[in-house]
Each structure stands twice: as structure tokens, then as C-alpha cells.
Design a protein around this ligand. Structure first.
Ligand SMILES: [Zn+2]
Length: 435
């Protein structure tokens, strides 16, 4: 399914016995003519996300990994394979700007402690497949949570066609202060438990960690700018972790290598420090001051709300009392989101999937609509802003000539009923059909 190598070459490879013959065979397979027949996708509708219009019917001509034509009628080359997807809407593959491939359902801290990195890599590979088959063709992984830079290997395996998965932007471990948000605090110190993050306690230590992560293949940097949230009697407090100067040093270091910083942050002053420092996104992003919202609007700093994980936790906690607290937090978050929308804060879509099951995170788009966005605003945030945030605005997020052929099909019309994005029927990534 993943390789465009003709079967004859595969058989020759399997017959090869010596290491030299295998190596020679690998080269011949790579150099084999692999120009596939063009594909024409036909469906009842196509979403032109930039204009916000539904085109009827919808057709896309794909050659190799690239979209050549798109509209209501494209040319049908004589050698093209035509795929009729019936009463569906063709739309760009979805983008999840906040995932954790290395996490699965269950206590996060225990996964770092109980599972080896090789085991977690296999779990991440499985997660990547589930996300892709659910229609997510590009993702930003916001920290391996204790698996170091093993995410770079997963990304590279996907890119080489070894395993199925979305296009990935990887951050290695998130960066955190000693005793910070993901430092396995409050447990028996004599056990010397692993942290879920890479620790750094000053600007120079942050830069040193960033350089090591860059060396090991990180695409960007994730920093825990705030600690655990606390909501009591309607008052929301969050401790900040790095000063504005420390974050600014991290952003400058990222820019040195053409990269960006994304932060986990809620409340003040942490979100304000992050906005002033010029991060690319503020994830979770509630309890923002008017000044922080203004800065985010003016500097195009994306808020990534991550509603889906909040809903999942609220529905899966041990006691009614905890559920009550979680639901109060969700209501608080939804009200904050409405304020941010009114203030013109730009949004990308990120679910925080991992602590809840991979492949179910299209629920995030449903919740953004439920909390006040229109379906079109939500889809534009997901596709156009998501592509910008991942640094791929000129190649994904739209069905447009010259763009990568990342295309999915959903039943019904997503501009009328956003729920259809949770029922993806067809998935193509890079011109290859996975579902
Ligand atoms: Zn996260």
C-alpha cells in the first residue's frame, strides 16, 4: 500500500540473498520508473476552503503527490484512474495542531515511568495510523512526554513510507522547569522518577536544550509556560514558569534556526509573557487578558483551545465531585473562547489527543462550533491557519493546483453540519489512498 515500487521489483528483492544483492536491489527499486497513472476524484461536492464555497460537483486531478486541477470539472487524461466517491464532499485533509502520538489513554506520568521508549515508539506508530485514517493528514506533535526525540524517528518512518501516518511537525520533549507542570512532582522522591519533559531553569539552559533537540531532529520547540490550573469559587489561577525574558531568548534561538516556539499556557501573566515574547501559538489559552488578546490578534499568534480533551476528562473522571469541577472548567473555557472570538484572536485547531483515543479527535471541530464558531470559521481555522502554524501554508490545507494531494471525503456538507468530519469515508495523503 505504501510503496509505489512495482511488484516485479519486490519479487527480485525477495530473491536476493547476499547483503550486497539486497543493497543493489534497494537502489534499483528506488530508481525504477514510478510515474503513476493520474487519478481523478469525483464527488457530489468539493469544499473550496479559501472562498468558503461548496463547488458542485467536485473533481480533482492528481498526478503523483500533487493536485493538478480542481473544480466542478477537470480534464480526464486517457490513462487516468477515475474514483467516484458518490454523495460525499471532497475537502482538504484535516490538520491537528496539538497531538501526542506517544500518549495513550491512562495516567500520563505512569507512561513515562512504566513503558520503554521502544514500546512507546510502537504505540506512536499505531496512533499515527489511527489519526491518518480519521482524516488527519498533517499534525503537530506537542511533546513526546518523556520519550525524548523518538518522535523524529516516527516522523521519518512516515515520510519514507515505512509506516502510515500524517505529515508531522515534531518537538521532541517539551521543555519545563524543575518541579514544573510535567515533572512528575508529588511522587516519592527516592524513586527518582523520569520527568515527562526536558528540564531547563534559565534562558541559557533552555537554549542548551533547544540546541540538543534541534540536533536530534526537532522541528520546533514546545515550552510549558504555566503550571497546573486551579479554579475555585469562579477564580482561576495558574502559576507561570518562565519569565518573559527567558521566553524571548527561546524565541530568538528558534528563529536562529528558522523555527518557532509554541507554549502550553493559560492565565496571566504566563500567556502575556508568551505573547510579548512572540511565540507562534498559545495552546489551551484560557483566562487571557484583553492586552494578551490584542497582542495575539496584532501579531497573528494562534490560540489552540483543545476542547476535546477537556470534554473527555470531564466525562471520564472517578467521582461526581471531580466531574463537577471539570464541567465548571469547560464552561469557563467556552466563555473565554467567546471573548477571544469577539476580540479577533486567530485560532488553529488542536485536540490534545493521546490522553483520549487517537482517531476520535475530529470531535474538536464539533466543540468549536458548539462553543461559538461557525462551521466555516472552524474549518478555515483548521485548514488555513493550521497549515500556517505548521509552516506549510504553501503546500497543504487547500485543494488547489500545485498543492500536495492531501484530500478526504465526508458525507453531507460540512458547512451545514460540522459533525460529518467525524465520519471520514476516504483518505488520500500525498496522492496515496489510505482509506
Ligand atoms: Zn498537550
Amino acid at each position: 500500500m505504501l510503496n509505489a515500487i512495482p511488484m516485479t521489483h519486490v519479487r527480485i528483492c525477495l530473491a536476493a540473498v547476499s547483503a550486497f544483492a539486497l543493497a543493489a536491489c534497494h537502489v534499483s527499486a528506488q530508481q525504477a520508473p514510478t510515474s503513476p497513472a493520474p487519478i481523478v476524484l469525483h464527488a457530489a461536492r468539493l469544499l473550496d476552503i479559501a472562498s468558503g464555497r461548496i463547488v458542485t460537483p467536485g473533481e480533482v486531478l492528481i498526478q503523483g503527490d500533487t493536485i493538478r486541477e480542481a473544480g466542478s470539472a477537470v480534464s480526464h487524461p486517457a490513462n487516468a484512474t477515475v474514483r467516484d466517491l458518490g454523495d460525499t464532499t471532497l475537502m482538504p485533509g484535516m490538520i491537528d495542531a496539538h497531538v501526542h502520538l506517544f500518549l495513550h489513554v491512562g495516567n500520563e506520568a505512569n507512561q513515562t515511568v512504566d513503558e520503554s521508549v521502544p514500546q512507546r515508539v510502537l504505540i506512536a506508530a499505531d496512533a499515527a495510523k489511527h489519526d491518518l485514517l480519521a482524516g488527519f493528514t498533517a499534525e503537530r506533535d506537542m511533546g513526546t512526554e518523556g520519550a525524548g526525540c523518538a518522535d523524529a524517528a516516527v516522523r521519518d518512518a512516515i515520510n519514507s513510507g515505512l509506516i502510515p501516518g500524517p505529515r508531522m511537525r515534531m518537538s521532541c520533549n517539551a521543555i519545563d522547569i524543575n518541579g514544573g507542570h510535567e515533572d512528575n512532582s508529588g511522587r516519592n522522591p527516592e524513586q527518582h522518577l523520569l520527568s515527562n519533559a526536558d528540564r531547563a531553569n534559565s534562558a541559557s539552559e533552555v537554549i542548551a536544550v533547544m540546541r540538543e533537540q534541534h540536533k536530534q531532529g526537532a522541528d520546533f520547540t514546545k515550552i510549558y509556560e504555566t503550571g497546573r490550573d486551579h479554579l475555585e469559587n469562579g477564580v482561576f489561577t495558574t502559576p507561570y514558569q518562565y519569565t518573559e525574558a527567558e521566553l524571548a531568548a527561546a524565541v530568538a534561538e528558534a528563529h536562529r534556526t528558522g523555527s518557532v516556539v509554541a507554549v502550553h499556557a493559560t492565565g496571566e501573566p504566563g500567556t502575556g509573557y508568551a505573547a510579548q515574547a512572540g511565540v507562534a501559538s498559545i495552546d489551551h489559552a484560557y483566562n487571557l487578558s484583553p492586552e494578551t488578546m490584542r497582542l495575539m490578534r496584532d501579531r497573528s499568534i494562534f490560540a489552540v483551545p483543545t476542547f476535546a480533551i477537556g470534554e473527555y476528562f470531564a466525562d471520564h473522571v472517578a467521582s461526581p465531585h471531580q466531574a463537577e469541577i471539570r464541567h465548571a472548567e469547560e464552561a469557563f473555557h467556552a466563555a473565554q473562547f467567546k471573548k477571544q472570538l469577539a476580540a479577533g484572536v486567530p485560532f488553529a485547531v488542536g485536540s490534545d489527543v493521546g490522553p483520549f483515543p487517537h482517531g476520535t479527535q475530529a470531535r474538536e471541530l464539533v466543540l468549536m462550533v458548539q462553543n461559538g464558531m461557525t462551521p466555516l470559521q472552524t474549518l478555515q481555522a483548521d485548514l488555513l491557519n493550521g497549515a500556517k502554524l505548521l509552516g506549510w501554508a504553501d503546500s497543504i490545507g487547500q485543494i488547489k493546483p500545485g498543492y500536495k494531494a492531501d484530500i478526504i471525503a465526508v458525507p453531507g456538507n460540512p458547512l451545514q453540519d460540522i459533525h460529518v468530519v467525524t465520519d471520514v469515508r476516504f483518505v488520500m495523503k500525498n496522492g496515496e489512498i489510505f482509506r
